[in-house]
Design a binder for this molecule. Structure first.
Ligand SMILES: [Zn+2]
Length: 300
């Protein structure tokens, strides 16, 4: 059977992107404009191409003016998933109560707006062990948190080293090395060590590396001139992982764009790079589904 293609968009706030690069916190006005403009571009891109998407939401970062568009997206065939209440990058180092609170508070907030979540993505691409029972208790069907292969952890390690050499601090934490053993196909995680298969009722659907070992993440797709390197075997879901920054228009003069090369690439070129990936998935006859719909097709 041909496994589906899922567009996923992590809706981190501008605060998170600034923290990653060691920049001072943005003003509410800057953060609100970033969120709304990026979300509008993402919604237009999806609609033009007839694609559904799963938006992973961090409730505390949603500006009031963006809530109607998110709910409109939810009501028109897209999925809103749980990306924790405040996006702590050190979630995997927190105690059980704190992890549960982050997940539950965001779940309740989304529920108060009529959104019933079925899925979760952890900040920082690592599913903490305390998250697994918390998701089970809420009746979630899946997490899509682990990233597979060695390219992403290596790139992150190099970026952290570069920031440290420049004397800057960052909020991201290094990947547990055991995560390189994460299987690329969906699995039920072991509660004590979620990077490996076990018998938890939820699924982990990793953001799996392509057959060439590249993770399907926005910055790499925009920078790589060879889209075939992102091809994923048809036997497993092809999970495209994007952020609002992939859709941020005209930001060459902002502090974030000075740090993040991706924002210096014109939006039209970024979207063209994404289109090439979508075209390749279409050529494989992949169904395009939300993560919640994709998980329904998994056995057991
Ligand atoms: Zn995030």
């Amino acid at each position: 059977m041909i496994a589906p293609f899922c567009v996923t968009i992590d809706c981190d706030g501008l605060h998170e992107h600034h923290a990653v690069w060691g920049l001072p916190a943005p003003t509410d006005l800057e953060a609100g404009a970033f969120y709304q403009r990026s979300l509008e571009e993402a919604a237009a891109w999806l609609q033009d191409r007839g694609l559904p998407a799963t938006f992973f939401i961090t409730g505390s970062r949603v500006p009031e003016e963006s809530l109607p568009l998110l709910l409109q997206l939810h009501g028109s065939g897209n999925e809103l998933g749980n990306h924790t209440w405040s996006h702590p990058y050190d979630l995997s180092h927190r105690d059980e109560v704190s992890v549960r609170d982050e997940i539950r508070q965001n779940h309740r907030w989304l529920a108060s707006h009529g959104v019933r979540c079925a899925g979760f993505r952890a900040p920082g691409y690592h599913l903490p062990r305390f998250a697994v029972p918390a998701l089970d208790e809420l009746g979630y069907r899946y997490s899509s948190s682990q990233i597979t292969g060695w390219v992403y952890p290596a790139a992150k390690w190099a970026a952290l080293l570069a920031l440290r050499l420049k004397g800057r601090t960052t909020n991201t934490v290094r990947h547990p090395t055991t995560d390189i053993w994460t299987p690329p196909a969906p699995y039920h995680p072991d509660q004590a060590a979620p990077h490996r298969p076990g018998n938890s009722p939820i699924w982990e659907i990793p953001i799996a590396a392509s057959r060439w070992g590249l993770p399907n993440v926005g910055p790499l797709i925009h920078a790589c001139p060879f889209p075939f390197l992102f091809d994923t075997p048809v036997s497993r879901p092809w999970i495209l992982n994007l952020h609002l920054t992939d859709f941020t228009p005209g930001t060459s003069s902002t502090p974030l764009a000075h740090q993040d090369f991706m924002l210096r690439i014109p939006l039209v070129r970024r979207l063209t790079a994404l289109d090439r990936i979508i075209d390749r998935a279409r050529a494989q006859n992949r169904p395009f589904l939300t993560m919640a719909a994709a998980v329904q097709r998994l056995p057991g």
